[in-house]
Design a protein around this ligand. Sequence first.
Ligand SMILES: [Zn+2]
Length: 243
Amino acid sequence: MHPIKISSTPKKEWASRNALVCPFCRQHVSLDTLDDVQDVYATGKHLLLGHRRCPNPACEGHIFVVTNQFGYVVKSYPPSAVAFDRDSIPEAVLAAFDEAVVCHANECYVASAIMIRKTLEEICADRGAEGKDLKARIDALKDVVILPPDFLTGMHDLRALGNDGAHVELKTFPRVSRKETLTAIQVTKVLLAGVYQFASMMTMMNTLKGSADSGDDEDSTKSSFDSPSHGSADGGAGYIRNH
Ligand SMILES: [Zn+2]
């Protein structure tokens, strides 16, 4: 591996707000630059190395970034990860899924696949979906979640989630790719939303309907995200990136 040669004279105009999914709060954000910490210019590679801060007031995580001249984040540490909504997800399920996402972000796809399976096991245990193996337990979820039955059946076709019979066949995982684990993560996000967040969404919609019926025009766009300030429509922080 060749070292990155650096210069102490970065091109100031490159040090823009860089967009990524924050590795700490999992929100789409445009990172803040730090006034008192200068970026470093990587000679010959047209890259900037710098420190940034998550603008989410509930997070303010410190992130090291490598960006190109267009502000695109080439690398970050900790690495950016798949965004997801933590709202209403039980602690055990959240811990397993968060680890799956972190493993994927760190290119540990086998570990990610195993943690996705653990997430599914935790969901089934939490909702009382029983069966002789994971396939049977996922099938049992049909009775307790609001999702198309074909969606749950289709989950068995994902190799990262696939049918393992009575025991986990770890020999399957070495062939799991980045794309397969990413798809499994996205599918699990939908499952989490159906199991834990659909009801709260309906409550929010009914609240909006009630406000409309009563002529209450108060801003009811309060977010369901864990950050109390996330989704603010005031434009003040403006840290949420459109996507
Ligand atoms: Zn953050």
